[in-house]
Design a protein around this ligand. Structure first.
Ligand SMILES: [Zn+2]
Length: 252
């Protein structure tokens, strides 16, 4: 296909619109790339290592870019400061982190499946910004902090470890000094005990700003954190995918 036509057909990864002012955006936000030092070293991209972090891009319209920045990236970058400083996580923070991880996972999926549709029910923008009260009380956030860098490491981790094709709930990865997983309650026991656990309240509420969840500093270094997160994510990905397929077949 000619490059010009390709450009015209480009859809925004957030809202699916065409023919709106469009940007090329990075799958991993710039603040996290700088925080982890992966602008110098590259990232894990699927099974590949050392892919330049600023080379993983996708089309995003200017409007989605502004909304994602205001609603997700700004607050999440401030939350990283708090969590890494040991100040803990509130119920609101937990929801923010889950939405943010879903966004990264959705964008990774779109960037590695050009022309594919991540979900038929919602756009990615709706999925990461609309209320999630129907599923909130079944979501478990599991977090553990990474104490330091392995002597051989030149950057902090920044990668998704979940590999689901059907499920849109499970997401796992290590980002800077935070190892994180979002799991459905019925699979929570498959997560290694190194990860602290927090179940979201079934409804979002304005009093949910208290820091209730203090993730343990379970990992000595980044290599240990990435190794365990990646290994555990294989079985968790399969379990969530099976569950999603069962739901899809009964719903159809
Ligand atoms: Zn858009």
């Amino acid at each position: 296909m000619a490059a010009g036509l390709n450009h015209l057909k480009e859809r925004c990864a957030g809202c699916d619109r065409q023919d709106v002012p469009m940007n090329k955006e990075h799958v991993f936000p710039r603040w996290l790339i700088l925080r982890t030092g992966t602008d110098q070293t590259g990232i894990r991209w699927g099974q590949k290592k050392g892919v330049p972090a600023l080379a993983a891009t996708f089309p995003l319209c200017e409007d989605c870019n502004a909304v994602f920045g205001r609603e997700l990236e700004g607050p999440t970058s401030r939350l990283f400061d708090e969590v890494e400083a040991g100040r803990g996580v509130s119920d609101d923070d937990a929801e923010l982190l889950i939405r943010w991880m879903w966004k990264i996972k959705g964008l990774s999926w779109i960037a590695t499946h050009p022309g594919g549709r991540y979900t038929t029910k919602y756009t990615l923008r709706e999925r990461v910004l609309l209320p999630i009260d129907n599923i909130r009380g079944r979501l478990i956030l599991r977090l553990a902090l990474v104490s330091g860098l392995h002597p051989d490491s030149k950057d902090l981790p920044m990668g998704i470890d979940s590999v689901t094709e059907h499920d849109a709930i499970f997401v796992s990865g290590v980002f800077s000094r935070i190892a994180a997983m979002v799991v459905l309650d019925e699979f929570v026991s498959m997560v290694p005990p190194e990860f602290g656990r927090y179940r979201l309240a079934s409804r979002r509420h304005q009093t949910h700003a208290a820091k209730l969840f203090h993730p343990p500093s379970s990992f000595r270094d980044d290599v240990e954190a990435v190794g365990l997160t990646w290994t555990a994510s294989m079985a968790l990905s399969r379990a969530h995918d099976k569950f999603a397929q069962r739901l899809q077949s009964t719903a159809g």
